[in-house]
Design a protein around this ligand. Structure first.
Ligand code: ADP
Ligand code: MG
Length: 327
């Protein structure tokens, strides 16, 4: 568990018949990274994760962990562990026996199994509930049990497929903080699949944005967010406007826009929506080319100089706030 093993995907491809679900993707995950695979439904995230885990055959390419080719090893021999979306706990087994299950399968004796399961339950703060059945647990508790069960094999890489999607929004935010804390404590690599950009931004050291079976952009989370390279990435990460200007397509963050007199601005606009968001006000305007642009103004900024629907305004930004997009 404490070795430093990088995970590498090399031209990794998955085909289901005529469908190319993952198209020759490559990425190097440094050991100990919290990485999120982010993208819309159907873009190939789960297929990628299942190939890393060994639950799906690879059509082409390879996967290495610490330089060792694991592409064709059985799941239990890879140094990876997977936590599933629905947790997949055995309903007839206690939490402790669920957690110890993989050790039982590999022939570890009862006393060692109990001791190791005990340590894992301690790690996820579930010691008091060890004798319960899964049905007697809340969603968050089931998730912790599933985590303990995945971690008992001491993986170098934990693979999580939409681990928070079954939880209500409040619990989701609490559990994501716990996931991050756990990853920091264990120091192992987490590869976490999500279609939620806020979840990815909150958790990830690195984001791999996927679109249509390919990696659209990947890298350090702040770099990807601050400098999206394509319109898809800018739109998917949110908080950006994608605007076609006379000299090409740009992305500019909503919070970088200023409302100015029309004459002084890069874009003239007409206000079509004003949304109060507590600390901020989102002001949307139509600009030339029937495009919509949203400026996120602080409440003080907006109410210091309030505007009305239908009013003509100018929208301006610092040149360095805009990024040219590839398409
Ligand atoms: P995501 O997790 O990003 O939603 P998936 O990896 O599940 O995407 O799916 C990627 C593509 O592969 C989709 O077009 C999906 O319909 C297809 N696909 C996934 N699993 C199978 C399967 N077992 N058989 C056939 N097609 C599949
Ligand atoms: Mg999926």
């Amino acid at each position: 568990m404490n070795q430093k093993l990088d995970l590498e995907l090399i031209s990794l491809t998955k085909r289901y018949g005529a469908t190319v679900a993952v198209d020759a993707i490559g990425y190097h995950f440094s050991a100990g990274t919290y990485a999120c695979l982010l993208g819309p439904s159907g873009c190939g995230k789960s297929s990628t994760l299942r190939m890393i885990a060994g639950h799906e055959n690879i059509s082409d390419g390879s996967i290495t962990l610490g330089g060792r080719d694991i592409s064709h090893l059985p799941p239990a021999k890879r140094g990876t562990a997977m936590m599933f979306q629905n947790y997949a706990l055995f309903p007839h087994l206690s939490v402790r026996d669920n957690v110890a299950f993989s050790l039982k399968m590999s022939g570890v004796d009862t006393a060692t199994r109990r001791a190791r399961a005990g340590e894992m339950l301690e790690l996820v703060d579930m010691t008091a509930l060890a004798d319960r059945l899964p049905a007697q647990l809340s969603g968050g508790q089931q998730q912790r049990a599933a985590l303990a069960r995945a971690l008992i094999t001491k993986p170098d890489v934990l693979l999580l497929d939409e681990p928070l999607s079954a939880l209500d929004p409040f619990l989701r935010i609490r559990m994501r903080a716990e996931l991050k804390k756990l990853q920091r404590e264990l120091g192992i690599t987490f590869v976490h699949v999500t279609h939620g950009q806020d979840e990815a931004l909150a958790l990830a050291d690195e984001i791999v944005v996927m679109n249509d079976a390919k990696i659209e952009q990947a890298g350090k989370t702040r770099n990807v967010f601050d400098t999206p390279k394509t319109a898809f990435v800018a739109r998917f990460l949110g908080s950006h406007n994608v605007v076609a200007m006379p000299d090409g397509m740009i992305a500019v963050r909503s919070d970088a826009l200023k409302v100015t007199p029309v004459e002084a601005a890069k874009l003239p606009g007409t206000i079509t929506n004003i949304e109060y968001q507590g600390t901020h006000v989102a002001l949307t305007a139509t600009v030339p080319g029937k495009q919509e642009v949203t400026a996120l103004l602080s409440d003080k900024e907006f109410f210091g100089n309030p505007k009305d629907l239908g009013e003509a305004i100018g929208l301006d930004w610092q040149a360095e706030a805009a990024h040219a997009l590839a398409r």
